[in-house]
Design a protein around this ligand. Sequence first.
Ligand code: S3P
Length: 213
Amino acid sequence: MGADFGLIIPPDDIASYLPGSAMEVRAVFLVGFMASGKSSVGQELARRLDWDFVDLDARIESRERQTIPEIFRDSGESGFRLAETSALRHLLTESLQRSSVVALGGGAFIQETNRVLLRQWPSVFLEAPVSELWQRSLADGIERPLRGDSEQFARLYAERLPCYRQAAITIVTSGKDPASICAEIERKLQSWGTGAVGSSQISPARSGTGESQ
Ligand code: S3P
């Protein structure tokens, strides 16, 4: 039942924290390969919706008190994946207190456990040609332990594509600026939620609850 647009009923203590009768937290999860723009589009979408922006990799780093490259170096990819699933589970069960746009790391949606955790929530795959992603990954200066060379990068992308395709919504991002990508996401989210969800569901879900994190 995808039509609830990622609705969760927060624990009792949050009721007093939310304004009025708003007892709902909504979220959308951005998925896609390295350098697909999950963070920049996510920040822009959160700004437009007046929702919080959550970067799962940043959550992992603060929970583990290590950078992503350090986690890979000390615990390997398997250790990183455990930390990633644990951070996602924690986010979904305990710390998603306000409506949020969540950017996942490039491998998060590849783990079946994570896809199961996210089943009730809208996921958006940001799709772009792998050659473009490779160029962007070289340009953005972010250290990515799994980037490898261009052939390894392309191979990993091809392996992962079937998983990304399981996202509820796909947006082709090539040649589009963040504002038009966000507008497209908002439109698709509305039709994705047809039935139980009206357009008001992606209007700001809170009013005057304070600052974003
Ligand atoms: C990973 C992508 C990274 C980060 C980690 C693993 C991956 O995030 O989670 O290095 O497996 O593709 P970005 O997609 O934000 O680069």
